[in-house]
Design a protein around this ligand. Structure first.
Ligand code: MG
Length: 357
């Protein structure tokens, strides 16, 4: 039995394993959006199984580059810096990280929105509402916001920063509420409460606070309210399906729940058939996998890295939460030790650990 992970280890594992999940789920673009999940699982088996996958052969995709941008902006702020200052730093990082996207398949919304940000006067992080910005690009990079603001007393900061960082590129509730879920569940994992089965129920409560925040922030309020419900209703329906809407009891899964059944389910909760491509279902599929996997890295990978949708984003989110819960517990060293930008991820995790309270 491995020794219990320290909190600092869990900070590192959150960022490093998220990168590892992204790299493995992406596989140089071969596995992201590969429609045939059985084919991915066969290829993994052919390579000797998950434990044999050496991340040195798997470059990071856009998800981790943007997650690093978020984390490094958070880490360079003084503890009491005003949020406006952080938002200015985030804008700069999001713009500059676009120069490191060769071979990493950045999303179209991130590219076009960072272009808009570039044309804003310095310090202005607001872009117009965008009816088509419900994708998962805001969610995939927000887990570290939960590392910076992990405690219940910091929840209003977590809400504000996840919403604003999310809508810097994805100004649509389905997009930026995905960032809120990614950040909030990381905070829960770091706190060690509530239990994983109750995270979804708590998310529904925090959504009310997020709605208030967006109203008070006063930026494109009517448009945001008009499109608010999709995320909330989708999550409500999902939690009901699993029997955990009220935050008590164990999640219910169909038996069997193998590759084929999961593919069908992931597709059914998606916006247009591609599981994990949106702000609502990327964290949902990550959560579904985490509920099933418990402390098994292999099961987490089977459920959230290797499926026929936006697999690198669901992997990046799920692996971040898993790392924040379990550290590097029984993770095969090959799966993360040679990861691209390992030191950057580890260093920024240490800085966020220092800043946490
Ligand atoms: Mg990607």
């Amino acid at each position: 039995m491995a020794e219990a992970s320290t909190l600092q280890d869990r900070y590192r594992a959150c960022l490093i394993l998220s990168g590892a999940g992204d790299a493995l789920g992406y596989n140089k673009g071969d596995w992201e959006f590969e429609q045939n999940a059985e084919k991915i699982h066969k290829e993994v088996a052919k390579m000797g199984g998950l434990a044999k996958l050496d991340v040195k052969q798997f470059p990071l995709s856009d998800d981790t580059i943007m997650h690093l941008a978020t984390a490094e902006a958070l880490a360079e702020m003084d503890k009491d810096a005003p949020l406006e200052q952080l938002y200015g730093a985030l804008v700069k990082k999001y713009i500059s990280c676009m120069g490191d996207m060769h071979g990493r398949a950045p999303g179209l919304t991130c590219m076009s929105s960072t272009h808009l940000l570039q044309m804003n006067p310095e310090g202005d992080w607001k872009i117009p509402f965008n009816q088509r910005a419900g994708g998962c690009g805001g969610a995939m990079r927000a887990m570290c916001v939960g590392l910076r603001f992990p405690s219940p007393e910091q929840e209003h900061h977590l809400v504000a920063v996840s919403v604003e960082s999310g809508r810097m590129t994805h100004h649509h509730p389905t997009g930026y509420l995905g960032a809120l879920a990614a950040a909030l569940f990381t905070a829960f994992a770091i706190r060690g409460q509530p239990p994983v089965e109750a995270w979804g129920h708590r998310l529904m409560q925090v959504l009310t606070k997020a709605k208030e925040y967006v109203r008070e922030a006063g930026h494109c309020v009517n448009k945001n309210m008009e499109h608010w419900n999709y995320f909330e209703k989708s999550w409500e329906k999902y939690l009901e399906t699993r029997g955990i809407l009220d935050g008590t009891g164990k999640p219910q899964f169909p038996e069997p729940y193998g590759v084929a059944e999961r593919e069908q389910f992931y597709s059914s909760v998606s916006f247009k058939g591609t599981g994990g491509a949106s702000g609502h279902d990327a964290p949902m599929i990550a959560y579904d996998g985490l509920l099933r996997a418990g402390d098994s890295w292999t099961e987490l990978a089977n459920h959230t890295f290797f499926h026929g949708g936006d697999s690198d984003s669901t992997a990046a989110i799920a692996a971040a939460w898993w790392g924040a819960l379990y550290g590097f517990h029984n993770v095969p060293p090959k799966n993360y030790q040679g990861l691209e930008y390992y030191s950057r991820l580890s260093d920024v995790a240490d800085k966020l650990y220092q800043l946490r309270e």
